[in-house]
Design a protein around this ligand. Structure first.
Ligand code: ADP
Length: 490
């Protein structure tokens, strides 16, 4: 069942219940109050009639001729006044039918006694049409008929004459009740109409979202839902669009990576294949130089594959970091020692300088050495013979708490337009040269991921022709104490 009929049903049920309860309660309250009002009024009326009749009696000393004045005591033409003497025999009836009979007992109607000098000289009863609607009692006027039926023809005639017809009071009650039920129906219809509009407004964005989810599920990751409302559905649409955007980003990153990897692997493979084929075909001689060239390409392939593994683990946050407090200067010394062979082969000097009393850092030492080794290797590779590479260690500038490694060279430098991109995977300023020198193009991308995994930052600055500076800042260990080591020359 769709949500619209459900909502409509819910609206209709709520409105019908609420209005029905209001209508029933109001109808009851109006009926009860109104009857109490009419009956209360009737009692006061009887007392007034009794007082008037008492005066009549006081003036005459008996009831003779009283029927002549009783007509004038009626409130409405339909009213009826019965007067009995002290013994209960009716002496006057405004309808002139029950005279001489005994005053009948009528449920809910108490005759009003007329006392003169401590003696009951008469009893008076007033009847009106309105009281015939009292529930559970039947019509009072009807009862008089029943009372009179056993007493002869006159009483039977009275019954016929006294059949209830609709009084102004009951007409008032039924018109109130009709108005109430009409308003229930009208309000119900209005609620259904408005409910339908509201239900449509709720359902429309949900349908759009469903369509969006279907599109994305079927592979159309660029599909976005257009819902501008600021309510919960609008927020859901925003979250949905964000999800689709990040899926699309992931998909394009994956495509790019695959394309990059295929491209990077193809170059050394082509060299290996071409050289091997030429040797097999007898075009080239299998000299040690040719075989060395094949081996170098194989080494590059191994490097790319192992760097790719590191990078993918670091990117998905799955690279396990064995963090422990470490002395930053001790790490710097090990990194410089590791770079010294390559530096001396190239004829480049290395140097280490450090501020004293630096705080310990809590890091995976192997990974930090990998980063420093990478930066130092790059610096040596891009610095000509006779140049110098320095590893500088200092406290990070406030507000950061920690240390910063700076790898500085006075080599070729990096053009300003490339500096932002050198941390991207497979980005090389001079692709052919970099590849010849054995770089996988993934080194700086891995450095960035590793440093970020430690909660640190890496950035570079460079002047073309003058050299480059690479910075790695790492946060201090939480309960760090200053390292005892001081600056040393490598
Ligand atoms: P590669 O394996 O090619 O060295 P990296 O990610 O380590 O890959 O470096 C990316 C590119 O950044 C390099 O190809 C090089 O062009 C440039 N680069 C890195 N370090 C330096 C440096 N110290 N001086 C000049 N260029 C550098």
């Amino acid at each position: 069942m769709s949500i619209i009929p459900k909502l409509l049903l819910a609206f209709a049920l709520v409105v019908a219940t609420a209005l029905g309860v209001v209508a029933v309660l109001t109808e009851r309250a109006v009926g009860t109050e109104f009857r109490a009002y009419v009956q209360g009024g009737g009692q006061a009326y009887t007392t007034r009639v009794a007082a008037l009749l008492r005066q009549y009696y006081l003036a005459r000393g008996n009831w003779s001729g009283v029927e002549g004045v009783m007509e004038a005591f009626k409130r409405f033409p339909d009213d009826r006044i019965l007067l009995a003497d002290g013994t209960g025999r009716i002496v006057a009836d405004t309808d002139n039918q029950l005279v001489g009979r005994e005053l009948p007992k009528i449920d809910g109607v108490t005759p009003q006694s007329i006392n003169v000098a401590g003696r009951i000289v008469g009893q008076v009863v007033t009847l009106s049409q309105a009281t015939s609607n009292v529930p559970g009692r039947g019509g009072m006027l009807g009862r008089i008929g029943e009372a009179g039926r056993g007493r002869g023809a006159a009483a039977t005639t009275a019954t016929d004459d006294l059949q209830p017809t609709q009084s102004p009071e009951s007409a008032f009650e039924s018109s109130i009740s009709r108005a109430l039920w009409v308003s229930v129906v009208v309000a119900g219809l209005l609620a259904l109409g408005l409910g339908g509009i509201i239900a449509l407004q709720i359902v429309r964005p949900l349908r759009l979202l469903t369509r969006g989810a279907e599109k994305v599920a079927s592979g159309n990751l660029s599909y976005r839902v257009e819902i501008s409302s600021r309510d919960e559905v609008g927020q859901l649409a925003g979250a949905f669009n964000q999800m689709a955007q990040s899926l699309e980003n992931d998909q394009s990153a994956r495509k790019n990576l695959l394309a990059d990897v295929a491209h990077e692997l193809r170059t050394p493979l082509t060299v290996i294949e071409g050289t091997a084929d030429a040797i097999l075909d007898g075009v080239f001689e299998a000299t040690p130089d040719r075989i060395r060239a094949i081996r170098e390409e194989a080494v590059l392939l191994t490097q790319i594959v192992s760097d790719l593994r590191d990078l993918s683990l670091a990117e998905t946050g799955e690279l396990p970091l064995q963090k422990a407090p470490a002395s930053p200067i001790a790490l710097a010394e090990r990194a410089i020692r590791g770079a010294n062979v390559a530096a001396s082969l190239k004829g480049v000097a290395t140097e280490l300088s450090s501020q004293p009393d630096l705080p310990d850092i809590e890091v995976d030492s192997g990974r930090v050495l990998q980063c420093l080794g990478n930066l130092l290797g790059n610096a040596i590779r891009h610095t000509p013979e006779g140049g110098a590479v320095r590893l500088i260690l200092r406290e990070s500038a406030p507000p950061e708490r920690g240390i910063t490694y700076i790898v500085e060279d006075n080599g070729e430098g990096i053009p300003a337009e490339d500096i932002e991109r050198i941390f991207d995977r497979f980005y090389r300023v001079d692709p052919s040269r970099a590849r010849r020198s054995g770089g996988s193009g993934l080194g700086l991308a891995i450095v960035r991921k590793l440093v970020e995994a430690h909660g640190g930052k890496v950035w570079a600055e460079s002047n073309i022709g003058q050299g480059s500076r690479f910075h790695i800042s790492l946060p201090a260990a939480t309960a760090s104490r200053p390292s005892r080591e001081t600056a040393r020359q490598a």
